[in-house]
Design a protein around this ligand. Sequence first.
Ligand code: NAP
Length: 467
Amino acid sequence: MKADVGLVGLAVMGQNLVLNIARKGYTVAVYNRTAERTKRFIEERVKSEKIVPAYSIEDFVNSLSKPRKIILMVKAGKPVDDMIGELLPYLEKGDLIIDGGNSHYADTDRRLKELAKEGILYLGMGVSGGEYGALHGPSLMPGGTRDAYALVERILMDIAARTEDGPCCTYVGDGSAGHFVKMVHNGIEYSIMQSIAEIYDLMRKGLNLSTEQIGSIFEDWNNGELSSFLMEISSKIMRWNDEETGKPLVELILDKAEQKGTGKWSTQAALDLGVPTFSMAASVFARVVSYYKEERQRLSKLYHKHLTLSESVTIEELEKALSLAYFLSYSQGIWLIHEASKTFNYGIDLLEVLRIWKGGCIIRSKMLDFLIELLKDSQDNLTFLNDEKAQKFVEERLDSAVKVSNFARSLAIPSPAINGCLDYLFSLTTDSLPANLIQAQRDFFGAHTFERIDKPGTFHVEWQPLD
Ligand SMILES: NC(=O)c1ccc[n+]([C@@H]2O[C@H](COP(=O)([O-])OP(=O)(O)OC[C@H]3O[C@@H](n4cnc5c(N)ncnc54)[C@H](OP(=O)(O)O)[C@@H]3O)[C@@H](O)[C@H]2O)c1
């Protein structure tokens, strides 16, 4: 009996995905670079599942039914190229490799082209939901050719999370579309996580609420319009006490946030494609600055911020501010995906993207239903803002968000994501920006020319004599 599918890379994601696939009735062959990890996995986690270990690449490939379908769940970057290089000598035309890691989309495009020359099919697939999602049903974002997708569609549909709108998997689009969408998913995730963290900071420092009280509020919010995976886990985190000290664990965790790159890549892509993802970029910088712990400690002793305190805020106003931040984080991400789809000819259906984010993934939330409704009303509504319902939604929350921002500012509490969302909104909804002065400055020092509001054409002024 040959295995239906193979998986390489038995770290947290790989192990759980294998168990998920096997529990759906498929036979899975597994391989990991370090044999010890494979042995431990088989001994400790595999019970009655149909999982076949292999300890050489050759045995692994030979244990698969043809055309072979191999999922890579290895560290992104060079390890993916290394694994492809090791597999290639044993593969035949028509076999399929699926990269389920967080690869950079440009790498996926390159690998697609290289493998097409060898007759090997390739999919770049975003997998969201962490280890729990991988085991119980992730959100899957595969991209590449339709032929390749057709080979594994049934398996992917079977293992994906399910909502009332179907399995959280769709053919996302051509080329690196799947990895691009997963990358932006993570960019949105950065922005929402940072927004929640800023509201938490304001609650503890501005309103003097205890961690437990914040946990209760987050729990309440999770039953309302902020219902989402990230709100749910944040409420649980607030209630988690350290076994050793009995204190809330979150209070004992060092305030230095790590990153693996997808937030940074989203921002880089946004800069390349010209999409103003203010809060996504600010959230990456928030993690960067968090890393300067010693510098922050030193400077915090030097600077005493005697600011005039703004009016305090209510819990309801905080909820509204966070809700607006969620909405605007999705807005930035969907716009970025649309722009990429146009530029790279991905052919992405944005409604499908929103639908497959409804279950399994880290950014799943009740708000996605509202966004789907807005996009269904008008497919051109890429920022969601061109709609009366969106206008009403924003207007009902804007005053609270500004109050929250002012309160945070007056306490010198940084709130880059909340402010990034507000600046994104204000910039997009302002007729007259001061870019006229920027243009004049550019023309002054570099003869870059400018346009005028009162007549067509391109103009330049000799602002100062050259000699
Ligand atoms: N963790 C998450 O929540 C999450 C969520 C979504 C997506 N992802 C993505 O999914 C992928 C797997 O993530 P992970 O957290 O499970 O594991 P990981 O820590 O990113 O990677 C570890 C795995 O990669 C293998 N590996 C590393 N270098 C290799 C090389 N040069 N050749 C062959 N294999 C190599 C390791 O094998 P050895 O045992 O031999 O070291 C191990 O199986 C990553 O791309 C990650 O970004 C992760």
